[in-house]
Ligand binder design. Sequence first.
Ligand SMILES: NC(=O)c1ccc[n+]([C@@H]2O[C@H](COP(=O)([O-])OP(=O)(O)OC[C@H]3O[C@@H](n4cnc5c(N)ncnc54)[C@H](O)[C@@H]3O)[C@@H](O)[C@H]2O)c1
Length: 335
Amino acid sequence: MKKLKIGVAGLGRIGKIHLNNLLQLNNVEVIGVTDPAPEALEYSIDKGVKNTYETFNDLVTVDRLDAVVISTPTHTHANYVETSARLGKHIFCEKPLDLNIQRVKDVLKVVDKSKVKLMIGFNRRFDNEFRKVKDSINNGEIGDPHVVKITSRDPSPPPLDYIKNSGGIFLDMTIHDFDMARFIVDKEIDEIYVKGEALIDEKIKKEGDIDTAVIIMKYVDSSMAVIDNSRKAVYGYDQRIEVFGSKGMIQANNVKVDNSKLYNQNGTISSLPMDFFLERYMEAYKIEIKHFVDSVTKGIPISVSGNDGLKSLQIGLAAKKSLAENRPVKINEIE
Ligand SMILES: NC(=O)c1ccc[n+]([C@@H]2O[C@H](COP(=O)([O-])OP(=O)(O)OC[C@H]3O[C@@H](n4cnc5c(N)ncnc54)[C@H](O)[C@@H]3O)[C@@H](O)[C@H]2O)c1
């Protein structure tokens, strides 16, 4: 069997997950990795990866390389995607592609011209619980979807340094929910209205960001979506979706650490939701990277395109505008 030869750039929280999942696939050969952190390179050597490269350019120019997985910090993504596309290497890139909409459009033009495949890391699309919701909607089981409700709360805020460069809550966190809102009912968003505050930490406010948000969106067919976000849920990573339609409703509830329940005279006690994204979406990350490999090797269409990355960024920027101007914003105001 011909193996797909892949390089991995960036071995932090998410890069390590991708590397481990790639190493489990028998139709993949991980040619090498790049990361400026010695600890990251040692990690890859321990995992049996033979080559480490000093720079992204050194990795991506390896002749026999077919594809790259980019899990470096966000500000590097656009350049690395562009370089890879020009060299004819297929690309899996973590979200977001960039924080600037024009830059994303320019990169996507280069990708289109190059004919390589580009997949963006919206991992929640591959979560089994959310897939069931989508399949049920597709099978007509809840009729016409009228209201999508997404609850998305992190267990704790990221470090302030992260917030300084992340583009803020809508671009680092809610961007996954914007993608999910489009994906789950297969409809585009027309308008967004946001209320948000820093209720958890004043320092987040000083950095110009918020930590709590309620978001109302209208789809192009006038159906609606609501998202509520918090950067700190004391009981764990709260990830739920409900879709209400003309014939019924479907819910995906939290995945818990275990399913046992203690009953006593005071009531019932069950375990908390899984701790954070690495635990909650462990299976989704496996399915996601396998989908990328299958798309390249078997010619299956990529199910999370560069355009999906662009759309969620556009909604995120519209959310920022809505908060700043305290008014509903049409998505097409962001060009
Ligand atoms: N899809 C998801 O669920 C998800 C989750 C977390 C992060 N992300 C995204 O993944 C990206 C990385 O996030 P993270 O949390 O893993 O960050 P991280 O800080 O844990 O890891 C980043 C790694 O990249 C390395 N690095 C820095 N500059 C580099 C360069 N020029 N070339 C190669 N390596 C370089 C760092 O040394 C570090 O090891 C971000 O864009 C983030 O938005 C996605």
